[in-house]
Design a protein around this ligand. Structure first.
Ligand code: ATP
Ligand code: MG
Length: 230
């Protein structure tokens, strides 16, 4: 097991194929220093999701290495690796239960106060409070009690409460109204603060917030730099 990590991540010549002889990533070299946020951009099929899949070891690599704080992730137990990572996917995972339970997922020991503080920090409290039963409102996995934007904020509250060193975010592409968009951007700033984060970014505003931008093309890094440089 690795102790609580800093979150320094290095990809060294990582080549990966789901299907033989069709590399989804080719010789990726990438260094993300602890606390930095990286936006991954590129066309569909360019390898963005593959990069984030590999960090959590959803697939094992054969060529190249990925190191976290100098530890090869193949030498670390999955439990300790994934214990340091929170993942917020495009299609936010909501399960049947109360909003409180949904935020607490991953931090079952959290008190009601901690749940509410996390929700406040990412601007989710405002809408939760307005629901007839507030935090005790029952939601369904595929239900429509919550809008896309609200689901996104709920997942941010969940990630903030889990307080991981590494955050992975596959940004939703769904269109949301301007006000929710602003709220999400503000929430994102809070969430990214002090953690290493990988964001598959679709919104220009998100890309602007990132410390570093990596442009992928057919599994290779085509360009990288800050928003000002690119
Ligand atoms: P999108 O913007 O559409 O999400 P992406 O940049 O995330 O695209 P990846 O999902 O990383 O792209 O896909 C990279 C390549 O790997 C593509 O050629 C894709 O078809 C292939 N690929 C992705 N997942 C799998 C899988 N589970 N099995 C086989 N091939 C896959
Ligand atoms: Mg993808």
């Amino acid at each position: 097991p690795i102790p609580r990590i800093n979150g320094d991540i290095v990809f060294d010549k990582v080549t990966f194929e789901y299907v033989a002889n069709r590399p989804a990533l080719r010789e990726i070299d990438l260094h993300v220093t602890a606390g930095q946020s990286i936006a991954l951009v590129g066309h569909t099929g360019s390898g963005k999701s593959t990069i984030i899949n590999l960090i959590s070891r959803f697939y094992d690599i054969k060529n190249g290495t990925i190191k976290i704080d100098g530890y090869d992730i193949r030498d670390v137990t999955l439990e300790s690796l994934r214990g340091q990572i929170s993942i917020v996917l495009q299609d936010t995972f909501i399960f049947s239960g109360t909003i409180r339970d949904n935020i607490r997922f991953g931090r079952l020991d959290a008190t009601d106060e901690e749940v509410e503080n996390a929700a406040k920090a990412v601007h989710a409290h405002v809408y939760i409070e307005k629901l007839p039963k507030g935090y005790d409102t029952e939601v369904e996995e595929r239900g429509n009690v919550l809008s896309m934007g609200q689901r996104q904020l709920l997942s941010f509250a969940r990630a903030l409460l889990a307080d991981p060193r590494i955050l992975i975010l596959d940004e939703a592409t769904a269109s949301i109204d301007t006000e929710t968009e602003l709220r999400i951007q503000e929430a994102l700033k809070v969430l990214l603060q002090g953690r290493t984060s990988f964001i598959v970014a679709h919104r220009l505003s998100t890309i602007r917030h990132a410390d570093h931008i990596v442009v992928l093309d057919h599994g290779q890094i085509k360009e990288e730099g800050t928003h000002a440089e690119l």
